[in-house]
Ligand binder design. Structure first.
Ligand code: SAM
Length: 307
């Protein structure tokens, strides 16, 4: 998986050389590069922000700098985009409106017809867009551009699973009051798969922490990333009927007067499995009743229903 990250603090991602992510890089499972957005500026101050249109506090990240950077990293050279659009204009080519369903916020004049056609061709057919468990699958040959944003839908394990199938992820870290809203709209109109995600209902100083969170959740699902592949199979939020995981214990059986539940020491795997399943159901009901409401009752067994 190829991963590009754009930030005004690319050094932040030096930590990716450590631990499992460092090993995954060494094994060639992931190829990660952190870029400095300021490398695409042309002024002496390398400025990436400007005052908000309409007034208000703080600064907003400028679209021009982001566009130069993203065009480069996505291989959408601006000269090619403009030349293609101009050629289409000269030839009087019209973009059929039915082909531009993704162009919600940008007019057809703003987008290159060739790129739109490529994007429409590249869009997954309904047969290819989900794996056997129903989790959507991202085509490996199409880059996904991801912007962390506190006012976007919440990033979930399902998103992580979907994105773990991608061949190329490109993350853009916001700072200040955020990035100009036209940036994601423009790239969607170019046929790029653009996602905006929040990692939680709070506001961070910048996108770097949010990108680190998403990146870790995605890459640990790559085959070969974890030392023991089994450890990602039964986890909280994982699978069709996702629950919080049961509690975990290690040795000794008694520590500071607290014993692990006797059944876990019984050696009876059937009983241990039932005990853990009941605990997962009870804890989920107590802590995250919203997950219980989402369960498919038909997939529960009789004993589950008693819990
Ligand atoms: N003005 C924005 C608002 O109120 O929604 C907050 C901007 S925040 C200070 C700067 C950047 O940090 C955002 O553009 C985003 O990239 C990142 N960020 C902050 N909180 C985040 C969160 N909960 N999830 C994802 N990204 C976040």
């Amino acid at each position: 998986m190829k991963i590009d990250i754009v930030s005004v603090f690319p050094e932040y991602f030096d930590v990716l050389n450590l631990s499992l992510f460092g090993k995954a890089q060494a094994k060639g499972l992931v190829e990660v590069k952190a870029h400095n957005l300021r490398d695409w500026t042309h002024d002496v101050h390398h400025s990436v922000d400007d005052t908000p249109v309409g007034g208000g506090a703080g600064m907003v990240m400028k679209p021009e700098v982001w566009a130069e950077c993203l065009d480069d990293l996505l291989g959408l050279a601006p000269a090619v985009v403009e030349a293609t659009a101009n050629a289409a204009d000269t030839a009087g080519t019209e973009v059929p409106t039915s082909d531009v369903a993704t162009m919600a916020d940008v007019t057809t004049e703003d987008a290159s017809p060739d790129i739109i056609a490529t994007a429409v061709d590249a869009a997954p057919s309904s047969d290819e867009s989900a794996d056997v468990s129903g989790t959507p699958v991202v085509p490996a040959d199409r880059p996904v551009l991801i912007f962390p944003n506190p006012s976007a839908p919440l990033f979930t394990q399902r998103d992580a699973t979907e994105l773990s199938h991608a061949g190329h992820l490109l993350f853009g870290c916001g700072r200040y009051e955020g990035y100009d809203a036209r940036i994601p709209s423009y790239y969607r109109a170019q046929g790029v798969d653009v996602r905006e995600y929040s990692i939680g209902d709070y506001v961070l100083n910048g996108g770097e922490v949010a990108v680190s969170v998403m990146l870790e959740a995605i890459t640990r699902l790559l085959p070969g990333f974890m030392g023991n592949a089994e450890s990602i199979v039964e986890e909280s939020y994982t699978g069709d009927n996702a629950l919080l995981e049961h509690r975990q214990y290690t040795k000794p059986a008694e520590w500071r007067g607290i014993r692990v539940p006797d059944i876990l020491l019984s050696g009876d795997h059937g009983k241990v499995d039932r005990f853990r399943r009941d605990e997962a159901l009870e804890r989920t009901n107590e802590i995250r009743p919203d997950l219980i409401e989402q369960l498919d009752c038909k997939a529960l067994d009789k004993a589950d229903r008693k819990t």
